[in-house]
Design a protein around this ligand. Structure first.
Ligand SMILES: Cc1cc2nc3c(=O)[nH]c(=O)nc-3n(C[C@H](O)[C@H](O)[C@H](O)COP(=O)(O)OP(=O)(O)OC[C@H]3O[C@@H](n4cnc5c(N)ncnc54)[C@H](O)[C@@H]3O)c2cc1C
Length: 414
């Protein structure tokens, strides 16, 4: 009898992480990853081969995500150039009051870690290409036919593959999800996120800044030193109305920095240079179905969130861990990885986490678009009563750190 086979369509942050988790947790499984962009062995130094996931952005990995990578023995590679977040500083433009959350108050080594996506891709792809996962790239999974024991997949390079389980991880605009007749709910925020690396005069000292302005939230995430580059750097994620974002993308460097300095202030000293700028349209996209017999939809294809609270990938990685745990239990007992009961159990186990995290990420940007509403609503969320309400503060930090009450991964030790 042939080994149970999973085919993962999409080698972005989620697809590659799932392939690596399954490789470690389900030794009897045959794993194939299909990616539209070339997955070539990366430069052993730093530059990653480019894919849309491993691009110029940086990702704030929650403490919980780091523990998951640690459990898959990937953290030594990923973490070697990850900047610990010791403090999160939250403020609102034009108002008094700001709040600090410190890792030391929770006796954690860090509230989270910032990694450049290109670095994360470099490290994950190195691990992937050194292991037993079969990679097919550049190629796209175009369609899947059901009927018979296994799914039959058609690739755009003419190849056909059979699978017991197809993981649809091809991103928010997932053509594969659409081709399977799975609908999506979409709510556009009418905002764009500008991302860029900023060099600044003062050291960041492990501080991440979340600043709420009437036009949208602005985050500065501390970056680790990059090789011989001794500059102090942070990664900017600046959410703006589309017309303002377009103007700022087209602005000259000094003009851009002047606008940013006016909005952000001098907490990092003078802002000196800005790297390449990119922008992303923001929308909440949710798949109407996540599991059906032989199919699971994951990552941005399942739920793409507003980046304000840095939750999208962290949530997706908790999904990855939960699915890998479920398959590690079911497959050795003779269950097919595509069995509906196995996939429904995964879906049910993650439903509360997904619903809460999606609502949390969806609510924050909406409320900051309403002038005068931010402070009262921040109070509701516990941000400005943190010292008075330690329970609320703990809940907020647990959620941003990815250690929500509904997550069991607190017990994984680095
Ligand atoms: C500005 C910004 C900042 C963010 N910051 C954070 C953060 O700090 N923390 C956090 O947790 N999250 C963050 N996120 C969210 C995070 O980026 C996403 O959760 C993550 O990229 C989702 O990865 P994915 O692999 O599901 O999808 P994608 O990144 O879209 O990857 C999909 C992959 O599938 C491939 N593909 C497409 N079609 C096919 C096909 N038919 N067959 C095979 N391959 C295919 C594509 O080439 C691509 O490589 C941020 C998002 C944005 C926009």
């Amino acid at each position: 009898m042939s080994s149970p086979r999973v085919v993962i369509a999409g080698g972005g942050m989620v697809g590659v992480s799932l392939a690596l988790a399954l490789e470690r947790q389900v030794p009897s499984m045959d794993i194939t990853l299909v990616e539209a962009f070339p997955l070539v062995p990366p430069d052993p130094g730093f530059e990653a081969s480019y894919t849309p996931s491993f691009d110029a952005r940086s990702t704030a990995l929650s403490y919980g995500s780091c523990l998951l990578y640690e459990g898959w023995n990937l953290w030594p590679a990923v973490g070697s150039r990850a900047q610990p977040i010791d403090t999160i500083h939250v403020s609102e433009r034009g108002r008094f009051g700001s709040t600090l959350m410190k890792a030391s108050e929770y006796r954690w080594p860090a509230l989270g870690f910032v990694v450049e996506n290109a670095w994360l891709g470099n490290r994950l792809l190195q691990a992937l290409l050194a292991g037993r996962v079969t990679t097919v790239s550049p190629a796209k999974v175009e369609s899947a036919e059901t009927g018979g024991d296994r799914l039959r997949l058609q690739l755009d390079n003419g190849d056909r593959l059979e699978a017991d389980l197809l993981v649809v991880a091809d991103g928010a605009g997932s053509a594969l999800r659409d081709s399977l007749g799975i609908g999506r709910r979409e709510h556009r925020y009418d905002q764009q996120a500008i991302i860029a690396n900023i060099a600044h005069r003062r050291p960041h000292q492990g501080r991440a800044f979340e600043r709420f302005t009437p036009r949208g939230p602005l985050a500065m995430l501390p970056l680790a030193a990059a090789g011989s580059d001794a500059r102090h750097r942070s990664a900017l994620v600046w959410t703006l109305p589309p017309d303002t974002a377009a103007e700022l993308l087209a602005a000259g460097e000094q003009d851009f920095l002047a606008h940013l300095q006016a909005e952000f202030g001098y907490r990092l000293g003078r802002l000196e240079t800005v790297g390449e700028r990119h922008s992303y349209p923001l929308a909440l996209v949710e798949s109407e179905e996540q599991v059906r017999s032989g199919v699971v939809v994951m990552g941005n294809a399942a739920h793409a969130l507003h980046p304000v609270a840095g939750q999208g990938f962290n949530l997706a990685l908790r999904d990855v861990a939960r699915l890998a745990d479920g398959l590690a239990e079911a497959v050795p007992r003779g269950h097919s990885p595509g069995e509906l009961e196995v996939l429904l159990a995964y879906r049910e186990a993650q439903a509360a986490d997904q619903a809460q995290t999606t609502a949390f990420s969806d609510r924050l940007p909406e409320l900051f678009m309403r002038p005068g509403m931010a402070l009262p609503l921040l109070r509701d969320l516990g941000l400005f009563t943190l010292d008075l309400a330690p329970g609320l503060k703990r809940e907020f930090v647990r959620r941003t750190a990815g250690i929500s009450a509904s997550t069991e991964y607190r017990d994984v030790h680095p």
